[in-house]
Write a new protein. Structure first.
Length: 271
C-alpha cells in the first residue's frame, strides 16, 4: 500500500474561481469599460447615464490601480465631457458628482493632509501646479479669453498645499518662469507634444495634468501601503488628487483642447 504523502489540498474544479474576490481595482476597471461601451450606442439617456457612471468608475481605477492612474484620469475626464455634452441634448445639467455627493473635479486640495506619495513626487506635482498658475496669471493680466485670476490662484493654492504635505523642503517652485512663448502666443499656440493648434489656456491645463501624471508614473514614487485598511486610506487620499488632475484635463477640453484619444493619449505617451 502506497503511503500518503503530505501535500496541499487537491484543487476542486471551479472552487478557486468561485471563491476569488475581485479587488476594487479590478471591479472598477470592469465597470468602467462596460459603461464606456454602453455610452457609445443606444438611446441618449442610456448613454448619458453610462458615461456618468463611467466617469466615477475610472476615478476609482486611477486611485486604486497605481499602474492605471493616467488611463483612469484621462478616461474619467473624457467620460465627464461626453456626459456634459449628452446632458445638453436632453435638457439636463451634468453635475459631475459622485454617489456620495463629492465633486468629481476639484480645483484645490482643501482638507487633504496626507498623500501616499514620496516627497520627490509631491515636489514635482507642486511645480506643475505653480507653473500653470503663473502662466494663467500672465494671460489673465493680458485679458486672454478663458484665463482668470481665480484659476491662477487655485493652481498656486494647490501647489502650496502639495508642498505643505511634502514638508516644505526641497521646493522646486520658481518665482519666475520663462514667459516669452506666452507673450508671443497668448491666444492660440502649438501643442509641443502633438503639433496640434489649440487655445493657449487649454494647452496650459493639459500640460499641467500630463506633467503630474508623468510624475506619478515615475520610479521616484516609492511609497507603498499594505493591508486592507492602508489600501482603503490610500485610495481615498488618492481620489482627492485624482479629482484635481481630472479637473485640469476637463478644463483643457472646455477651453478647446481635443478630447479624442488621438490627441490626449498621444500627448500622455510623450510626457
Amino acid at each position: 500500500m502506497t503511503a500518503t504523502t503530505a501535500c496541499s489540498s487537491p484543487r476542486i474544479a471551479g472552487r478557486a474561481e468561485s471563491e476569488y474576490q475581485e479587488t476594487d481595482c479590478e471591479r472598477s476597471y470592469r465597470s468602467a469599460t462596460d459603461n464606456d461601451s454602453r455610452a457609445q450606442h443606444g438611446p441618449i439617456i442610456v448613454r448619458y447615464l453610462a458615461s456618468s457612471q463611467s466617469a466615477q468608475d475610472w476615478q476609482t481605477v486611477a486611485a486604486a490601480c497605481p499602474q492605471r492612474i493616467s488611463e483612469g484620469v484621462i478616461r474619467s475626464a473624457q467620460a465627464q465631457w461626453l456626459a456634459n455634452n449628452l446632458a445638453q441634448s436632453i435638457s439636463q445639467t451634468y453635475t459631475a458628482s459622485a454617489h456620495d455627493g463629492n465633486a468629481l473635479r476639484r480645483q484645490r486640495l482643501d482638507g487633504l493632509t496626507a498623500l501616499p506619495l514620496s516627497k520627490a513626487i509631491l515636489r514635482k506635482l507642486a511645480l506643475a501646479e505653480d507653473r500653470a498658475g503663473s502662466a494663467l496669471q500672465v494671460l489673465a493680466a493680458k485679458g486672454v479669453a478663458g484665463a482668470t485670476l481665480t484659476a491662477s490662484d487655485n493652481h498656486h493654492a494647490a501647489g502650496s498645499q502639495l508642498m505643505s504635505i511634502a514638508g516644505n523642503t526641497g521646493d522646486l517652485r520658481q518665482k519666475e518662469y520663462d514667459i516669452s512663448n506666452l507673450l508671443a502666443n497668448p491666444s492660440t499656440a502649438t501643442d509641443k507634444s502633438t503639433g496640434l493648434q489649440a487655445s493657449t489656456v487649454s494647452i496650459i491645463e493639459i500640460d499641467c495634468a500630463l506633467e503630474e501624471l508623468a510624475a506619478l508614473a515615475s520610479p521616484d514614487n516609492t511609497v507603498s501601503n499594505t493591508g486592507a485598511t492602508a489600501a482603503s486610506t490610500r485610495t481615498n487620499q488618492m481620489l482627492v488628487l485624482v479629482r484635481l488632475i481630472t479637473g485640469h484635463c476637463y478644463e483643457a477640453f472646455e477651453q478647446g483642447y481635443p478630447s479624442a484619444d488621438f490627441a490626449v493619449f498621444a500627448s500622455s505617451s510623450k510626457q
